[in-house]
Design a protein around this ligand. Structure first.
Ligand code: AVI
Length: 327
């Protein structure tokens, strides 16, 4: 661990755990070799992809962010009561800061804030936005991969406990086995007295869910197709972006949005000296967004050694916040 102090009014100490860089080309070659073909959704978030995702969160059909923000506001007094004072808030990913702002404002004297994120630029930007607003909260960002256990920096004011914050239903983008692995790591990171506040999108009318992933302005379609633009630029593939279309459908049985890029014609895509054939109409899987019931969520976290200690839903039961503790 090598902490460096940065400037600004509030002390910001970055811990760089030097996460291993992703092997994008290797992952893409592996995914294109599968039947059916698939690409990892974690590669959506280059600079343009992050910008498009931010735009998605403001689309009228994408209820998740709006409803979660309102739920956080409405539940904040109860959350502050359930979480002991002087928490060290540890966020998985760095988000846009809107939710973190509400959480830090509503908790009882949080001592420190630690976003954990692979991109150092995104990490410092998120801390920069919050440092001025919360001069009493030490900013201790960690550059690391949060899917593994992360040794946390120690706040100088000392703290009784850690509160991991994982909003946005980002957990839903992981397949069940990967979600369990992540939750097990979270349990280690937060420690025996820690808590986690996790946002989950709930199973509901498929019409509402499908609309959220097929907004009329086409921002989600552009977000999905940007994956191909990014791969062409970063690993030298030659996807014809205009020959694929975005398709997102809800599987009631699996309780998840399944997003595909569908080839509009027979074509060959080249990468690293290899050629991959697409039939006309062939669908390549690019993202899952799982939705939950109380039962499915409790089963998932139980396998990771966690339990729900408090739950809050919005009045329509569209989105939930769950406070978790080690089982
Ligand atoms: C980040 N994640 C929770 C979003 C979701 O809803 O699955 C990503 C997204 N994909 C399409 N729209 C939004």
């Amino acid at each position: 661990m090598t902490p460096d102090a940065c400037g600004g009014h509030t002390t910001v100490i970055l811990t760089d755990l030097q996460p291993t860089a992703d092997d994008i080309a290797g992952d893409v070659l592996a995914g294109l070799s599968m039947t059916p073909k698939r690409l990892p959704s974690k590669y959506f978030y280059d600079a343009r992809g992050s910008q498009l995702f931010e735009q998605i969160t403001r689309q009228p059909e994408y209820y998740l962010t709006r409803v979660e923000l309102a739920l956080l506001d409405a539940s904040m007094p109860a959350i502050a009561t359930a979480v002991a004072a002087h928490a060290h808030v540890v966020e998985y990913g760095s988000g846009s800061g809107r939710k973190t702002h509400r959480l830090l404002e509503g908790l009882d004297d949080p001592v420190a804030y630690t976003p954990i994120e692979i991109s150092k630029t995104a990490l410092l930007a998120s801390v920069g936005r919050l440092a001025d607003a919360f001069p009493g909260v030490e900013m201790l960002p960690v550059c690391a991969d949060f899917t593994h256990p992360v040794p946390l920096p120690q706040p100088s004011r000392g703290t009784g406990h850690t509160l991991v914050f994982f909003p946005g239903s980002t957990l839903g983008n992981f397949l069940a086995e990967d979600a369990k692995r992540l939750l097990r790591s979270m349990r280690v990171t937060m420690g025996p007295r820690g808590r986690a506040l996790v946002g989950i999108d709930l199973d509901k009318d498929p019409v509402l869910i499908e609309a959220a992933y097929n907004d009329a302005a086409g921002v989600t379609a552009e977000f999905t197709l940007n994956l191909l633009v990014r791969l062409n630029r970063d690993i030298g593939s030659d996807f014809d972006v205009s020959a694929f279309v975005h398709r997102a459908t809800y599987s009631r049985e699996r309780m998840r949005i399944e997003t595909h890029l569908v080839s509009q014609r027979a074509q060959d895509v080249h990468l690293a000296g290899r050629s991959f054939h697409f039939d006309a109409g062939e669908a390549m899987q690019v993202e899952y967004s799982h939705k939950y019931t109380d039962h499915s969520f409790a089963t998932l976290i139980a396998d990771a050694g966690l339990r729900v200690v408090e739950r809050w839903n919005d009045p329509q039961d569209w989105f939930g916040l769950r406070l978790l503790a080690p089982a």
